[in-house]
Write a protein that binds this ligand. Structure first.
Ligand code: KIV
Ligand code: ZN
Length: 537
């Protein structure tokens, strides 16, 4: 397996696999554009859907569920356009078990079809008002019709985990008889535990022909979606239906990131996924969620804290071997981190009340600062005192503490200087003009650009990003502003996240100023400086 040295997990995983029905290969069916878009509050534009589909293709997703074409003209158009992008991924469309829905998938010219009908008595009685016999008749009629148009037909018995198991097996077997090549077992309302879900999947594995691919689709109502998906794989499933960031109805679907990396890192199952595209893809999807859904700070693998360390004991061990407190290398999922220990410390170790001597030494070294023992101890005391008050020690706080103790700190190398900024705002179209000096291949070059925007901040950010074209393609992934003090003279604290789209390098930065245009511009320039520094090192 690629990147073995980048992973270190429990040896018991080798022992336990003997008892399991793990597949030779894991397939990924991504439903971000369908179930993911059913996340309350989320709606992607056509351009965003196309951009996500391209990113999923680059990620190595096997099947992209582009949408549910019968639902709206917008969904239909997106399905058709994505089906015509010429992606390597198979592009599938969703349809209920009826002719109108199936015809819409055919009309959208999709590669394959996913048909579904509920099988639980609860859904039959309350939603469909159908008997079990009528459901079987509908499966026979519609799956056979879908098969006339598609060689690949995926069938889902909705609410499978609350269905009578004998009836569920009968419905799925009938779907296969009528032409379904793949059977999906959805835990529609997330109402099962891994053991019980594994049991259902194993029964299907025993009961269905071996050439039928078994997929699992788990919702996260009890926080068990990923665990249930893994249990499905331990019992004969080979396709995971997941979404980026775990988007989806209610509490969402199984997160792609966690499912893929569990199967890859914990079980070593081969897959078509380019793991290094995982983080950039999640950040891209997050940027299209318009701030309504954000990657959680503690979210496994992709959260801000997933590879961050504060404790002095952890920091000390990390400096020797990062695997001591990280199961896998962040680079493996596309989080760029330098091999140099100083850089690891800078990016991963947060200063606070648990800070130890090694971490502080590395942070000071990064600033190019030498201290006496007395100064070092004073800085340490102040960092811990700050942390003890419940504050996070930000970069600015740390600089202020060091400056306070030493009187001054050495100038950092600047790769970008702001020469001029003019902003026009009021009852006109907000416009910004910016002049920058940018260090490129050892020499400063002058760059001048103007842009309009929805407001003065937007115009300024766009003008600065323009100055970097065609040298670099920069995307602002996140922008947050908060008032530090109250009143109209309040200080505005801006924190941002930037990505270099060529290297996938993501940096964070922040700045504080009375003028929110200036705090935004200063935060952006700081981030750009960091990207350029990394590029030139
Ligand atoms: O959760 C579910 O049951 C679904 C089906 C359409 C597969 O999303
Ligand atoms: Zn679902």
């Amino acid at each position: 397996m690629e990147g073995k040295k980048e992973i270190n997990v429990s040896k018991m995983m080798e022992v336990i696999r003997e008892e399991l029905l793990l597949p030779e290969k894991a397939y990924f069916f991504d439903t971000t554009l369908r179930d993911g878009e059913q996340t309350p509050g989320i709606s992607f534009t056509l351009e965003e859907k196309i951009s996500i589909a391209r990113a999923l293709n680059e990620l190595g997703i096997d099947v992209i569920e582009a949408g549910f074409p019968v639902v709206s003209q917008g969904d239909f158009d997106a399905c058709r356009e994505i089906a015509h992008l010429g992606l390597d991924s198979e592009v599938i469309g969703l349809a209920r078990c009826n002719m109108v829905d199936i015809d819409k998938v055919i009309e959208a010219d999709m590669d394959s079809i996913h048909v579904f009908i509920a099988t639980s008595d609860l859904h039959l009685k309350e939603k469909l008002q159908m008997t079990r016999e009528e459901v079987l008749e509908q499966i026979e009629k519609t799956v056979s019709y879908a098969k006339e148009h598609y060689s690949t037909v995926l069938f889902s018995a909705e609410d499978a985990t609350r269905s009578n198991l004998d009836f569920l097996l009968k419905a799925n077997k009938l779907a296969v008889k009528c032409g379904a090549t793949r059977i999906n077992i959805p835990d529609t309302v997330g109402t099962i535990t891994p053991k019980a879900f594994g049991y259902i999947v194993r029964k299907h594995h025993e009961f269905l022909p071996k050439n039928v691919r078994i997929a699992v689709h788990c919702h996260n109502d009890f926080g068990l979606a990923v665990a249930n998906t893994i249990a499905g794989f331990e019992n004969g499933a080979s396709e995971a239906q997941t979404t980026i960031m775990g988007l989806g109805e209610r509490a969402g679907n199984a997160s792609f990131e966690e499912t893929a990396m569990s199967l890859y890192a914990l079980y070593g199952i081969p897959m078509n996924i380019n793991t290094r595209r995982i983080f950039p893809t999640a950040k891209l999807v997050e940027s299209y969620c318009g701030g309504k859904i954000k990657i959680g700070r503690l979210q496994p693998l992709i959260g801000q804290n997933a590879f961050a360390h504060e404790s002095g004991i952890h920091a000390h061990a990390m400096i020797k071997n990062a695997r001591t407190y990280e199961p896998l290398s962040p680079e493996l999922i596309g989080i760029k981190r330098s091999d140099s220990m100083e850089e690891i410390v800078r990016q991963s170790i947060k200063l606070g009340k648990h800070t130890g001597g090694h971490a502080l030494k590395a942070k000071l070294k990064e600033l190019g600062v030498n201290t006496t023992e007395e100064q070092f101890n004073k800085i340490m005391t102040n960092v811990k005192r700050f942390g003890d008050k419940g504050h996070e020690v930000s970069e600015e706080d740390f600089l202020a503490i060091v400056k306070d103790v030493l009187g001054q700190i050495p100038e950092q190398e600047q790769f970008v200087h702001l020469e001029e900024l003019t902003v026009l705002t009021g009852s006109v179209t907000p416009t910004a003009t910016v002049k920058l000096q940018i260090k490129n291949n050892g020499e400063y070059i002058e760059k001048l650009a103007s842009s309009v925007g929805v407001g003065p901040v937007d115009a300024s950010v766009k003008a600065i990003v323009k100055c970097f074209e065609p040298m670099s393609k920069i995307k602002l992934l996140e922008y947050n502003i908060e008032a530090v003090t109250g009143g109209t003279e309040a200080l505005g604290h801006v924190s941002i996240e930037l990505m270099d789209l060529e290297s996938n390098h993501i940096v964070k930065s922040s700045a504080t100023h009375e003028d929110i245009v200036m705090s935004s511009v200063l935060a952006l320039l700081k981030g750009l400086n960091r990207l350029l520094k990394a590029k030139n090192s």
